[in-house]
Design a protein around this ligand. Structure first.
Ligand code: GLP
Length: 249
């Protein structure tokens, strides 16, 4: 599906995004019994995760209605280590930690070992496969930690983080240096989800969003490969959408 206009792009105000994402989650919950939800980390999803925590705490959404996992983890960062991705999710949305305690949250392994990665993939399959995957995008067009230049048919793999990715992560780890490697979903992992919702907010993401939606599909922008997904939704704010041609808006 190379027709760029076929991708569903919505432009929302950042304030409305959490409700739109919660609505996506509710739709998946109404279509499937205890689906596996793939969460994403980063500032992009912080308000959504806080909103999800509130919805669960107020009884508006039963936490046991879904199983959970996420996209990627820094090497050497188990779920209880600050700075890691699972730790970030548990802090932003404590009900996800409760799911983990009940073995209903599958953390991405933090060891760069094929056996651990294989077991994780088996676990996701046993949980039914990812029904709804939330995804952000890096300034360099990465998705999860699938970095530019890595072939687009790759699934879970050990990523060597690019310079821009490490620069963006530096404040999170200061005064220590950010990790050099991560264990990550690849484009092929994300394409295997039944529904994919990619979000990008802010002007810094505009060039990556343009490369994703307008340029030819290529490993130089891993996110571009998600255009092949039949049920992809792209949720942007005005700034992130600012370099797109009019036909997208
Ligand atoms: C990291 C994560 C990505 C995320 C990206 C953007 O690189 N591996 O999954 O999309 O950060 O993060 P932010 O939402 O903070 O811009």
């Amino acid at each position: 599906m190379n027709d760029r206009r076929a991708v569903a792009v919505s432009v929302v105000s950042p304030g409305d995004a959490p409700a739109a994402l919660l609505a996506e989650l509710r739709e998946t919950l109404s279509a499937e019994r205890r689906p596996l939800i793939g969460f994403a980390t980063g500032r992009t999803f912080a308000n959504f995760l806080a909103g999800l925590a509130r919805a669960i705490a107020s009884g508006g959404l039963p936490v046991d209605a879904f199983l959970a996992t996420h996209l990627d983890e820094y090497e050497g960062f188990p779920p209880d280590r600050r700075g890691g991705m699972a730790h970030e999710l548990f802090t932003a949305c404590p009900p996800l930690a409760a799911l983990h305690a009940r073995s209903a949250f599958a953390p991405v392994p933090c060891v760069a070992e094929a056996a651990a990665i294989g077991l994780h993939e088996q676990r996701l399959a046993a949980m039914g496969g990812v029904a709804l995957q939330f995804v952000g995008i890096g300034r360099n067009g990465h998705v999860a930690f699938h970095e530019p230049g890595v072939p687009l048919d790759v699934g879970f793999h050990v990523a060597t983080l690019s310079a821009t990715t490490r620069d963006d992560a530096r404040p999170r780890f200061a005064p220590a240096e950010p990790p050099a490697r991560a264990i990550t979903s690849g484009v092929a992992t994300i394409l295997a989800a039944s529904r994919v919702v990619l979000c990008a907010f802010g002007a810094a993401k505009a060039p990556a969003v343009r490369a994703m939606l307008v340029e030819p599909i290529a490993a130089a922008c891993p996110a571009s490969a998600l255009r092949a997904h039949p049920r992809l939704r792209v949720l942007l704010d005005r700034d992130a959408a600012s370099l797109l041609p009019k036909e997208f808006l």
